[in-house]
Design a protein around this ligand. Structure first.
Ligand code: F6R
Length: 608
């Protein structure tokens, strides 16, 4: 998704904007641009392509020199990626960058045309906002912003400069994220904290419809009506290093290695005297006792974590769990109400469909719980209760450590719910919790023990155009994530199937050499999964089986066996995920793909 930055201070503004935008590359983008006050005039430079293309262009055509400006990475929604459609966009006296979508831009454009404003250069909704701001601008920036905010519908964060207000930046947000960094004698705006960490760890959160003004190196805040607001300065607990690759060739592999720490950081603070304690997140045994049904709603990988959660919660707590894709749930008029708990899982906390579900549920009597990684994100702030996962910034588009900590929270929640409802006794709850506490060391051991196998097996996958992941029960839930991970970064078509379903149609796809990866960590279902493996093998499939080190599977049962540490069956997903991530990673590397930034994908999907 688009990224916004802005800077006012003594440094070379263009350099700051480019380095801050580089930290937002993970969000995905197809063009970039900046607007800088140079000798009191706004100079714009923009280009389709990567930030390096913009830098190259500026080297040729001249780099804006100044100390205040705004910058943008665009992920095209209205109009193709092109130099013209890249931000910033300008009206006569106003230049803006924008993240989000203006839903009623066509009506606004018509209104402007009717009022003799016809000079539109691009296909974007953003340019319409720049023109509207300009239309309302009579020398009072706050008035122009207020009048514009009254007219526009949709989600947006805007960075704005007015030609006759040199060295000053205005910004405002509704729905889309925006933070304000405060350094010594310098101030920033950015879509996300990593953009400013090189310069400062201190930042403010901007709320809906609040306006920030950056001037003389500091930030001041006011409402749309110009009333001054005092805000609390926050300090980021991520340092710049944790947002960098730390010696690994890609963020994805770094983040796979960070999983033990992420799980530790997420689980440890939620254990009290050997038992799960989520009271700090607003969840107490009393609130849990009243829950009749659980709904887990999310998108992509986060939804897959919910699938694992369903098996575990239903098994332990005997509470019915429905897992749904957010973009489906919100349009199917769901039956929810008093006694229901709706859990929204989201790494970014800004995913448009998940956010919409949260708002829909908040209009009912159901309670909402957010499981979110990004602090202060919209979903985290708006839910009744929030459990933060502590994975730190996840930069690779393909989610790994965020999924792992989402699993950890699913377990913590299931244990506490089952105990609160009296479905498991204290001893059982202690035992399960103890096993969860031991997971970081086991995950670390797994990464080290399977990395070579995965690297080798991936060389056997690169030439296929299609493969299947299969599993039963928890292994089926897991295989969904394995399949998504592989397809999104290797570009190999991959599907996950409940192994028992193969015979009902899908097995006809099996041809000589087609890879089938079976996840077989649930010993109670092992024999049945082995039969399915034999069936596909007999039809020529190249088989890979992920099973525990003691599983009763002979070496001849599959072409490749990946053995992982044996732990309690219910917790196996946290171990079995690792080889699936590594298979996806090395397949992508071996194919020469852009591992961290797969094509057509964005890290934070803030539009529907
Ligand atoms: C895949 C991936 C996506 C996200 C999905 C939801 O690797 O990361 O499928 O899980 O876009 O994003 P969040 O969790 O930010 O709501």
């Amino acid at each position: 998704m688009c990224g916004i930055v802005g800077y006012v201070g003594p440094r070379d503004c263009t350099d700051v904007l480019i380095s801050a935008l580089a930290k937002l590359e993970y969000r995905g983008y197809d063009s970039a641009g900046i607007a800088v006050f140079e000798n009191g005039k706004i100079e714009v430079a923009k280009s389709k392509g990567r930030l390096s293309d913009l830098v190259e262009k500026m080297e040729k055509e001249g780099k804006p020199q100044g100390h205040a400006g705004i910058g943008h990475t665009r992920w095209a929604t209205h109009g193709e990626p092109s130099d013209i459609n890249s931000h910033p966009h300008s009206g006569r006296r106003v230049t803006i960058v924008h993240n989000g979508i203006i839903e009623n831009y066509k009506q606004i454009k018509q209104f402007l045309i009717d009022n003799e404003r016809t000079e539109f250069l691009s296909d974007t909704d953003t340019e319409v906002v720049a023109q509207l701001l300009d239309f309302y601008y009579n020398g009072d920036p706050i008035r122009a912003i207020r009048r514009t905010l009254h007219e526009v519908r949709g989600s947006f964060a805007l960075g704005i400069v007015f030609a006759d207000r040199p060295e000053t930046i205005y910004a405002v947000r509704r729905e889309s994220p925006l933070i304000v960094g405060q350094g010594k004698g310098e101030a920033f705006i950015a879509s996300d904290v990593p953009a400013i960490l090189k310069y400062t760890k201190d930042y403010y959160l901007l709320e809906h419809n609040e306006i920030v003004i950056l001037k003389n190196g500091s930030a001041s805040f006011c409402t749309m009506h110009g009333r001054v607001i005092d805000k609390e300065l926050k300090t980021a607990d991520w340092d710049e290093d944790s947002a960098e690759k730390g010696g690994y060739p890609h963020f994805m592999i770094k983040e796979i290695h960070e999983q033990p720490t992420a799980v530790k950081m997420t689980v440890t603070p939620r254990i009290e005297d050997g038992l799960p304690d989520l009271s700090e997140c607003g969840i107490t045994p009393e609130t849990l006792k009243d829950i009749n049904n659980v709904f887990i709603v999310a998108c992509g990988t986060a939804m897959h974590a919910g699938m694992v959660g369903k098996y575990v919660i239903e098994k332990l707590a005997r509470v019915s769990v429905t897992v749904d894709i957010a973009s489906e749930f919100r349009y199917r008029n769901p039956l929810i109400g008093k006694g229901d708990l709706v859990i929204i899982i989201s790494q970014s906390g800004e995913t448009a469909d998940s956010k919409a579900v949260l708002r829909l549920v908040k209009e009912t009597e159901a309670k909402t719980l957010a499981i979110v990684n990004v602090k202060g994100s919209s979903i985290a702030r708006e839910a009744d209760m929030v459990i933060y996962t502590h994975a730190g910034p996840e930069i690779a588009v393909a989610s790994t450590k965020a999924y792992m900590v989402q699993l950890a929270v699913m377990y913590l929640f299931a244990f506490e719910l089952a105990y609160a409802k009296g479905r498991i006794d204290e001893a059982k709850c202690r035992d399960l919790t103890d096993q969860l506490i031991k997971m970081p060391a086991i995950i670390e051991k797994t990464v080290n023990s399977v990395v070579d196998d995965c690297q080798y097996i991936s060389t056997k996958l690169i030439s296929t155009s299609s493969l299947l992941y299969i599993g039963r029960g928890l292994d089926y839930a897991l295989s969904m994530e394995g399949s998504l991970k592989l397809k999104e970064i290797s570009y190999i078509h991959s599907e996950s199937y409940a192994a028992g379903e193969l015979k009902h149609g899908t097995i006809s796809l099996i041809t000589e050499g087609m890879p089938v990866i079976a996840v077989a960590t649930q010993n109670t279902l092992l024999e049945k999964t082995i039969s399915n493996i034999e069936e596909v093998k007999a039809r020529g499939a190249m088989t890979v089986v992920i099973c525990d080190e003691e599983a009763d599977i002979g070496e001849e049962a599959a072409d490749y066996l990946i053995r992982i540490p044996k732990i309690a069956e219910m917790l196996m997903p946290m171990v079995a995920t690792v080889p699936m991530q590594l298979l996806a990673y090395y397949t992508s590397v071996n194919k020469g793909n852009d591992v961290d930034r797969p094509r057509n994908l964005a890290k934070s999907v803030t539009v529907e």
